[in-house]
Design a protein around this ligand. Sequence first.
Ligand code: SF4
Length: 219
Amino acid sequence: MEEEKSGLYLIELYSSIQGETSFAGLPCSFIRLAGCNLRCTWCDTPHSFGRGEFQSFDSILHKLKEFGNKHLCVTGGEPLLQSNVIELMQQLCDQGYVVSLETGGSLSTAKVDPRVHIILDIKCPGSGMSHKNHWENLALLRPHDEIKFVVKDRTDYDFAKEVCSRYHLYAKGNHLLISPVHGLIDPKELVRWILNDHLPVRLNLQLHKYIWSPTTKGV
Ligand code: SF4
C-alpha cells in the first residue's frame, strides 16, 4: 500500500460504543485502517484486509469533531502497517482526545506516542499466528497499556496463563484482558477456568456483538 502525505487508507470511520477493554461501554469514535499482515483463523474483521479509501488528516479530524466523542479507537486490520498513523495519533492526543490503539502485536510499538493507550494483542496458538508475536513490545509497555489474549480453547487459555507468568505480567499492573472467540467457546467455561485459577484478569466480552448481530459492521 503506497503511503501519501498526511492521510491514511481507511475502511470505516464511525461512532459507537466501545465494546471492549477497560473503556467498554463508553461512547467512542472508531478509525478502522485498511490492511492486515496477519490472518487469524477466527478473524472477525476480514473486511479490513482490502485497500480501503484514502482520507486526509483534515477530513478525518473534521469527521471526528462532528462525532463529538472524547474517546477514539484506532483499529484495523493492523493500524501500524501505515506509518502515518503515528503522526495522526500524536495530533489526536494534542487535541485532547483519549486515544487507544488496537494492534495485533506483530509490529513494534516503539514509535507510538506515550499518551496513547495501546491495546496489545498477544496471539495464542489457536489463531495460527502466535509465531508472529513481537515479544519485545512487552518491555515497552506503559502503565496505562492493556494486554489482550483472544482464546478459542483450553490450550489458548493455558498459553495466556503461561505468558503472563513468564513475562511477570500479573505484577506489572496493566489490564490483562481475556476474550473468548465469539461462537467458538462458551464464556461460562472461560469464567469457570478464571475463577478456579484465581486469575487476576478481566473477562473481555465484545459488547457490540451482544447488542447488535456478531456480523454487523460499523457498530
Ligand atoms: S490481526 Fe485482527 S484483523 Fe488481522 S487477521 Fe487477526 S483478527 Fe483479523
